[in-house]
Write a protein that binds this ligand. Structure first.
Ligand SMILES: NC(=O)c1ccc[n+]([C@@H]2O[C@H](COP(=O)([O-])OP(=O)(O)OC[C@H]3O[C@@H](n4cnc5c(N)ncnc54)[C@H](O)[C@@H]3O)[C@@H](O)[C@H]2O)c1
Length: 437
């Protein structure tokens, strides 16, 4: 089978590569010519474990290629997946301009049947809009060609994207025709040979499922951050509470980790977009408003602890930050809590030294040279008055504290992800603050 994936970002590139890996002939399309030129040279624009080798293998096998022109390949393919961005608009709703532009290009150029699948996260009703635009363009051309639309929201996690795609918990597909259902079954069957976990449903339900899933996960995080903040006030330990509730099978252990707020390209914008969808339908998502409010506040918690420690006198202090990406194993800094923290530190007059195993370049592009980019975690901690752990990369789990203590100006650690043991840190001579204890 031959397919096109439009949008070669975190989702599109992984989707295209994984389909190629199971034998599908894939053309990845992106309007960003720099990105496509790099990919053609074997340079991968994002950090995602295992992706580079998989791309190179499939390019060599002739199953994966890259182009800037959807027009040029549209009539060779049976399916077009649209995985372009849906960033938040000024009012919080999802900006659908890229998704609708893809639909327009398809309508203007298609000459034979194609199944148009939206993989981007889009509000209920988007498939209808995509269908209407394609039809409008066909009508303008006076062409009568059949096509189908489908919704196939993506649930992969950056940092584990290949595993998630190759071995998904489930695949959600919204369709309205048997033909579309058959094509989607055929495409996903190879990933789910022993246990076919494709959940077919109507298109609006599929569109809604993605927002409901991300909003539920964001809710768990904000709930635990609220509990953690209260634990600090009443003298409880959130780690013990987490263990206590997570062992209840009705609750489960995942997404119960308190920290410094959720970030990334999905949770913040998807929560906002769902709130907006509700608003447009005359309904208020009260829980999600609270989820956002808690999250916004939580991004300042580590800074406030630092401020309190130094009695509001941060001017001239040198602060080391370990971790910039919004989570480990990615270079993605969209809505990363580190950005809020760095901004507050600079405004308070601090000198900031940062290190991240993958996101240094991304950070440099975003905030320039107003901070020092360290070569490793020890370099970041050099002469620092405090060290703040922001992203829990594995290499930060067991550093040589003796070296760090010698090179820091003051032995002060603020752990935004609760990865260190308070007693252990204090025994080694550090003052230690974390979340919810
Ligand atoms: N990143 C994630 O972890 C993740 C997970 C699940 C779902 N999603 C959703 O998937 C979608 C894509 O997310 P992403 O993180 O991959 O975005 P991204 O910003 O990394 O990539 C989007 C790509 O689309 C390209 N593009 C824009 N308009 C185009 C057009 N008309 N034709 C061709 N290419 C075009 C851009 O140049 C860019 O390379 C979003 O809706 C997002 O919410 C993302």
């Amino acid at each position: 089978m031959k397919i096109a994936i439009v949008g070669t970002g975190y989702v599109g590139l992984v989707t295209g590569t994984c389909f190629a890996e199971i034998g599908v002939n894939v053309i990845c399309v992106d309007t960003n010519s720099e990105k496509i030129e790099s990919l053609k040279k074997g340079i991968i624009p994002i950090y995602e474990n295992g992706l580079e080798e998989m791309i190179s293998r499939n390019v060599k096998a002739g199953r994966l290629r890259f182009t800037t022109s959807l027009e040029s390949c549209l009539n060779e393919v049976e399916v077009v997946f649209s995985a372009v961005g849906t960033p938040p608009d000024e009012d919080g709703s999802a900006d659908l301009s890229y998704v609708l532009e893809v639909a327009r290009t398809i309508g203007r150029n298609m000459q034979k049947y194609v199944l148009v699948v939206t993989k981007s996260t889009v509000p209920v009703g988007t498939a209808e809009k995509v269908q209407a635009i394609i039809q409008e363009e066909l009508d303008k051309r006076g062409v009568n060609v059949e096509f189908d639309v489908a919704s196939n929201p993506e649930f992969l996690k950056e940092g584990n994207a290949i595993n998630d795609f190759m071995s998904p918990d489930r695949v959600v597909v919204g369709v309205k025709s048997d033909r579309a259902k058959k094509v989607m079954s055929k495409l996903y069957k190879p990933f789910l040979l022993n246990n076919f976990r494709v959940i077919f449903m109507d298109i609006p339900s599929a569109e809604m499922t993605k927002y409901a899933a991300n909003s539920m996960l964001a809710t768990r995080i904000s709930f635990m951050n609220d509990i953690a903040n209260l634990c600090e006030l009443v003298g409880a330990d959130v780690n013990m509470v987490r263990n206590g509730i997570g062992s209840d099978t009705r609750i489960g252990r995942k997404f119960l980790y308190p920290g410094i707020g959720y970030g990334g390209s999905c949770f913040p914008k998807d929560v906002k977009a769902l709130i907006k969808t509700a608003e447009l339908n005359g309904y208020k998502m009260r829980v999600l408003h609270a989820v956002e409010e808690v999250n916004d506040k939580q991004k300042s918690v580590l800074f406030e602890k630092l401020q309190k420690h130094f009695n509001d006198d941060l001017n001239g202090k040198t602060i080391a930050i370990w971790g910039l990406a919004f989570k480990p194993e990615t270079d993605d800094m969209r809505e990363a809590p580190a950005l809020v923290l760095i901004d507050k530190l600079l405004k308070a007059g601090c000198k900031v030294r940062v290190y991240d195993p993958a996101a240094i370049n991304e950070c440099r592009c975003r905030i320039g040279e107003s901070i020092y980019y360290a070569t490793d975690m020890y370099d970041a901690a050099l002469d620092a008055d405090a060290l703040m752990l922001v992203t829990e990369w594995k290499e930060f789990r067991l550093p040589s504290w003796a070296v760090i203590k010698k090179t820091m100006k003051r032995p002060l650690i603020l752990d935004g992800r609760n990865i260190y043991d308070k007693k252990d840190m204090e025994e080694q001579g550090f003052t230690y603050h974390c979340i919810g204890k």
